[in-house]
Design a protein around this ligand. Structure first.
Ligand code: M6R
Length: 609
């Protein structure tokens, strides 16, 4: 789970690569490195820790190279160290790798037998030496192709030879890699933002494709070495969309983007006055919708939580049973599936290995496969039969925020669309819901304008060691998501439970050092959750209650209250309580001076199982 870059063009390669890597640090940041050709050899600079350390190490390095490769690492084999950092080198070859080479021991034994010396503990180094070996009698492109054919596992590679300083070879299998097409300059990179400085036109390499990049163009071949054509696509992301845009952190910027991303997610999908929802992407499913037995939603982390919300939406409006599972556990189940079961993978990155593999398994068992993804052209979206993009724009912060609200909204609209196709929801109901939905972006803005109150409360609790989050019905997934956010970025231990479950065990934990955040905005479950609040208070726990404005006059006494704007429909409160949970976690982490965008031990895109 790393970021790789390869650049050839007219700009200073080191600067261009570092700029590209800075957009990929979300993929891993325990070490980084660059290699550029240097008088028949390579100049390689590597540093442990975040990219800034590499920048410092490069401060006095002078090079005019206009081609090179770079890497930001999330360790899988070998601890983070300078020798384990990429690029790895053999005599003429330098190479960077994202992925895992499963048969590296076997290849290493073979290469040791041929006299190659190893200097790292990584699985990657075998690829450098094996390419060197094949390069003795083949072109660079062919040498990489032969090497890739010997490797088991996953890889995105960018490779250079010191003998051909104007050429990059790139290839991928089960790991993302795109080619950015500029004018006289090209970049292979793990993700789009890395290349936005030079282009908005991209080619997505298909599994096992190889690309040879020179200043005159890109040659593509498949795993058999045959020329192939891949259709370029254009993205309309502005480079600054991948930058912080004036905010201290990407996470805060992404929280603040939600009034816009919500609009972008529903753009072109709804006609509120007529109570209509359009999902052209799923039209192919329409003939078999009546035969649908059930839906299975799969995701990890935040995407699992949005799937839990999706279940509530779909069951309520489309009257179809929905199962939700974490993708990693789904792969162990022997769940009977058939062509009347729709399995939907939910993933921001579209690269999460657990989700991708669970979907492959579901397909092998005969289910119809769909995906809800944010990243266009990602692996999961390429493999699914049907894809809906959430259009939340690039999410850089490791802690997911805007992707969650966009996924939840997509699932909500899907519920209404399915409900209409199955004649379970009428256009009047849909119209009422959509009109309420249209008011959500302004309500989010109102909440964001009142962020200081949430910040003040977060600062009160910053030294707390443990937190409990509870909710009921639509706020239950929000409790889970809120607790995950708090854990991820502030490292405060947080548990989340359906409020009714507290008394079945977890309440034993509570005392005056264990505060409870209670999400109680919606009228339907309020009475029950207010009783849960009394149970909590009776154990001495402090309560932060998240209520609707309309309850300001009669909310039950508790230590702190956060009010969200009123919504007509209870489902809509989910988008607002989510913002409270995100801001609370954000300001808790900030009060503790944590690196909010790059929490310890995590990576943005988890491309290993
Ligand atoms: O890209 P995906 O949505 O598939 O990622 C799934 C999880 O890895 C991700 O949501 C993770 O839990 C985030 N760190 C949550 O903030």
């Amino acid at each position: 789970m790393c970021g790789v870059v390869g650049y050839v063009g007219t700009r200073n390669a080191v600067d261009t690569i570092i700029s590209g890597l800075s957009k990929l640090e979300y993929r891993g940041y325990d070490s980084a490195g660059v290699a550029v050709p240097d008088n028949g050899d390579f100049l390689i600079v590597r540093a442990v820790g975040k990219l800034d350390n590499l920048r410092k190490a490069l401060k006095d390095v002078k090079t005019t190279a206009t081609a090179g490769i770079g890497h930001t690492r999330w360790a899988t084999h070998g601890k983070p160290s300078e020798t384990n950092a990429h690029p790895h080198k053999s005599t003429h070859i330098a190479l960077v790798h994202n992925g895992i080479i499963e048969n590296f021991s076997e290849l290493k034994t073979e290469l040791l037998g041929l006299g190659y010396k190893f200097s790292s503990d990584t699985d990657t180094e075998v690829l450098a030496h094996l390419t060197e070996e094949y390069y003795k009698t083949n072109s660079l492109l062919e040498a990489v192709r032969l090497t890739a054919a010997r490797a088991r596992g996953s890889y995105a590679l960018t490779v250079m030879s010191a003998r051909e300083p104007d050429k990059i070879v790139a290839t991928r299998r089960d790991a993302p890699l795109l080619i950015g097409i500029g004018s006289g300059e090209y970049m292979a990179a793990s993700d789009i933002p890395a290349a936005l400085d030079i282009t908005r036109d991209f080619i997505r390499l298909e599994e096992n494709d190889l690309a040879e990049l020179t200043r005159t163009g890109v040659k593509l071949v498949n795993k058999d070495g045959r020329d192939v054509h891949r259709e370029p696509f254009h993205v309309d992301w502005e480079p600054e969309m991948a930058e912080k845009g004036g905010f201290d952190t990407f996470m805060l910027k992404e929280i603040y983007e939600q009034p816009r991303t919500i609009v972008d997610t529903m753009r072109g999908k709804i006609v509120p006055d007529e109570g209509k929802v359009f999902f052209g992407e799923f039209d192919g499913l329409v003939p078999s919708i009546d035969k649908l037995e059930r839906i299975v939603l799969l995701g990890c982390g935040t995407s699992w939580h949005s799937s839990l919300l999706g279940k509530l939406f779909i069951e309520k409006y489309a009257h179809i049973s929905v199962e939700v599972d974490t993708a990693s556990e789904f792969s162990h189940r022997e769940l009977p599936l058939n062509k009347n079961v729709l399995v939907i993978g939910v993933s921001q990155s579209g690269e999460t290995a657990d989700t991708r593999n669970a979907l492959r398994l579901a397909r092998a068992r005969g289910a119809v496969i769909a995906a809800i993804c944010n990243v266009v052209g990602s692996s999961i979206s390429s493999e699914a039969d049907y894809v809906i993009y959430t259009h939340a724009g690039p999410e850089i912060s490791v802690a997911s925020t805007k992707a969650f609200t966009s996924q939840a909204l997509t699932l909500f609209l899907l519920a209404l669309w399915l409900g209409e196709k199955r004649e379970k929801v009428d256009s009047k109901t849909t119209s009422g819901l959509l009109l309420d939905l249209l008011r959500i972006p302004d309500k989010i803005k109102q909440l964001l304008d009142n962020k200081d109150e949430i910040k003040r409360i977060a600062e009160i609790y910053k030294d707390t060691k443990n937190f409990m989050y509870i909710g009921r019905n639509f706020t239950c997934p929000i409790a889970l998501e809120g607790a995950l956010k708090l854990k991820e970025i502030s490292y405060i231990h947080a548990e989340a439970y359906p409020a009714g479950e507290l008394k079945h065990g977890p309440i034993a934990l509570l005392d005056d050092s264990f505060p409870v955040m209670i999400f109680a905005p919606d009228i339907k479950v309020q009475e029950k959750i207010f009783s849960n609040m009394q149970e909590v208070k009776a154990r001495g726990a402090k309560v932060i209650g998240v209520f609707s404005e309309r309850n300001r006059a009669n909310f039950p006494a508790c230590e702190n209250q956060i009010f969200i704007p009123d919504c007509d429909k209870e489902e809509m409160t989910t988008f607002l309580t989510t913002i409270v949970a995100q801001l609370f976690a954000y300001y808790s982490a900030q009060a503790l001076d944590k690196d909010v965008d790059k929490p310890r031990n995590l990576a943005k895109s988890v491309t290993v199982e």
